[in-house]
Design a protein around this ligand. Structure first.
Ligand code: GLA
Length: 388
């Protein structure tokens, strides 16, 4: 559906629910990460791009300290909350994401006096494609515009991350929210998560006869669970043992010496090795894209997967099967994307090979007795914006 049609549909539903037309309609996308995994909470580099799948919000202001929330994707009626009652980790449902954003804005001193919100999203949930960041960012952008807060995309991303870390209680990094807020159509976003400096890297696969497939394994993941937090804590331990602020500060050239200093801390050594080599892979991928050698990023992606599987240990049999099958069937590169423990993989391929690859992955899943994966093609889409 065209953006304008979506906006009209969401506005119409808002009007039915709340009895007046919304003041505006906004959209914010999900993302895939091309390369740079589990580096964002180590102050490192990432390179995501926005998906055409997005969360859309119709929103109006209120003046009575009430927040009303409704989602087209959930069976709930309108949920009504008092702004003064919003408290971290008081809510385990979907409303925690939009409510968390309102809480984070107010906690940062912005005067928000209430809102009516109707949300609708096409970003698959639990698929590692940042459905929660899309919900957060779309609400943050709407309130930023309506209340005239004048916050830039990176600042909204920080507030959304705070909503997710403190209000929802998931210890995630800054990549997903920044991708949703700041990506541009036709580009991947090269982001330095230390200072949030950004460069838009042209990424037009179709022009080169290439395709990027997203394979959603349908294995649901969640980052509020313990494994993500354990990896993060392990990385922080590594930085402390090495006497640096963050693993970003371990230079690639000094990696062997750093690993030697970690002695018998085998678990931490593996985490450190992943993060330091992954930052390097992002830099290599950026350099290759800049020099027009897009096909050459394939092996960099595949190396990244091996590192996540063997050193960081956040893959799973379904993700490994996508990667192995795709590579045997002629893909240029493949890797899991997002936090891992399920979710999605990406496959870089020649356009002509897409059909064979998709079939091979489907057959491999059937052969292994896994649920059939959902495969779609990803084209870098626009970041968060106002639709109406
Ligand atoms: C999740 C988190 C991100 C990032 C990735 C792993 O998507 O939300 O902050 O840490 O995992 O790269």
């Amino acid at each position: 559906m065209e953006a304008q049609q979506v906006a009209q549909q969401v506005a119409r539903r808002f009007t039915e629910l709340y009895g007046a037309r919304p003041e505006g309609v906004w959209a914010a996308p999900g993302r895939v990460n091309l390369i740079g995994e589990h580096t964002d909470y180590n102050d490192g580099f990432v390179m995501p791009f926005a998906l055409p799948h997005q969360a859309t919000a119709a929103v109006s202001r209120r003046t009575d300290g009430v927040l009303r929330l409704h989602s087209a994707d959930v069976a709930d009626d309108v949920v009504e909350l008092r702004l003064d009652d919003l408290a971290p980790q008081s809510d385990r449902g979907w409303t925690a994401y939009p409510a968390g954003v309102v809480w984070a804005l107010r906690e940062a001193g912005h005067e928000i006096t209430g809102a009516d919100v109707h949300l609708s999203s096409t970003v698959p949930t639990g698929a590692g494609l940042s459905s929660s960041a899309a919900l957060e960012v779309v609400v943050a952008l709407a309130l930023n515009d309506l209340y005239g807060l004048g916050l830039q995309g990176w600042r909204l991303a920080r507030l959304c991350q705070r909503a997710e870390n403190v209000y929802v209680g998931a210890p995630t990094g800054i990549m997903d929210q920044t991708a949703s807020a700041c990506c541009e159509s036709g580009h991947a976003l090269f982001l330095d998560t230390r200072d949030l400096s950004q460069q838009q890297i042209p990424f037009d696969l179709a022009a080169e006869g290439l395709r990027l497939l997203v394979v959603d394994t349908q294995v649901k993941h969640a980052h509020s669970g313990g494994e993500y937090g354990k990896r993060r804590a392990g990385c922080e331990k590594g930085a402390a043992l090495l006497g640096v602020d963050a693993l970003r500060d371990v230079p690639h050239a000094g990696l062997d010496a750093a690993l030697a200093r970690l002695g018998d801390e085998e678990e931490v050594r593996r985490l450190v090795r992943h993060v330091v080599t992954e930052d390097r892979r992002v830099e290599r991928a950026v350099a290759l894209l800049r020099s027009g050698e897009t096909r050459a990023i394939g092996p960099v992606l595949t190396e990244g997967h091996a590192s996540l599987r063997d050193d960081f240990r956040v893959s799973c049999p379904e993700l490994d099967l996508v990667v192995d099958t795709a590579l045997s069937a002629g893909a240029l590169g493949a890797r899991m994307t997002g936090g891992g423990f399920g979710g999605s993989a990406i496959v870089l391929a020649e356009a002509a090979d897409v059909e064979t690859l998709t079939k091979a992955v489907g057959e491999a899943f059937a052969g292994a007795g896994f649920t059939a994966p959902r495969v779609f093609e990803a084209v870098p889409a626009a970041g968060a914006r106002r639709l109406a």
